[in-house]
Design a protein around this ligand. Sequence first.
Ligand code: FAD
Length: 253
Amino acid sequence: KIFTSEDMARYVFEQYGIKWEIRSHVRKVEEGKVYTVNLDGEEKEFDFDFAMLIPPFKAQPIKWIDKDGNDITDKMCNPAGFVKVDANYGKPYDELDGPDWPRKYQNPIYKNVFAAGIAFAPPGPLSKPGKAPDGTPIGPTPPRTGYTAELSGKAAALNIVDMIEGREPSHTASMAETPGLCVASMKNKILDGEAATIAIYPVARNRAAYPEYGRDLDNCAAEVGMAGAWFKLFLHYAFLYKLQAKPGWKLIP
Ligand SMILES: Cc1cc2nc3c(=O)[nH]c(=O)nc-3n(C[C@H](O)[C@H](O)[C@H](O)COP(=O)(O)OP(=O)(O)OC[C@H]3O[C@@H](n4cnc5c(N)ncnc54)[C@H](O)[C@@H]3O)c2cc1C
């Protein structure tokens, strides 16, 4: 059996006494109480002291107006407000694959508009979307993680340089070709620390390249332990050093 990130999340949540509810839509939140409906149509309510909800993503509500004064927001963005780029939009979940994910982050209508990181509209979901019996959509939004955000931002920036210097955009970074990395700290201590480390490659399933699972399992890892806590500490200082652009910052990935 493959040890999945879901197995790891379950293990960590159980260890720390955290209750979770997935495949559900939050209908209402009151002080200390949350009301949900799940894919089977079950209405539930939970008491909480602390809760973390992962809502559907929405972009900044920016209005796009063309030079004639027409509102072109629908043409430029998907319904959640993310900017359309060079992805294959409109495919159903079962047909969506790696090559449908954007590579240059350039808007197809206005070539001088780029959207990278969280700002671009994904071609579709990464996990199978569902609906409660009453039609309420329940589907996880594709995560746009930090590393892919950085790579896509860099590709978009270098593509703008290409255009300024009179070339066609040539730089690419697809979420179906780049890894997602996460170090989730549970205990920030040197000798008794604990963190969950997850690496997944590629973030967006790519069955064209990896037919069985859409992922390269040799490059996927999930582990909980002290090494993760040390790694997180190292990243903390390395990133702060890099952000301050101190000598040699370019060497830090
Ligand atoms: C709790 C949490 C944990 C995470 N953990 C991980 C992890 O372990 N690994 C990982 O890879 N990723 C992780 N991520 C995801 C990662 O942080 C994001 O994918 C990444 O920061 C996206 O970068 P971005 O530049 O696209 O957007 P952002 O970092 O959100 O940057 C957008 C910027 O635009 C600014 N802005 C917004 N509106 C306007 C406006 N109208 N005008 C001007 N500026 C504006 C905002 O202030 C912000 O600074 C995590 C995210 C969260 C919230």
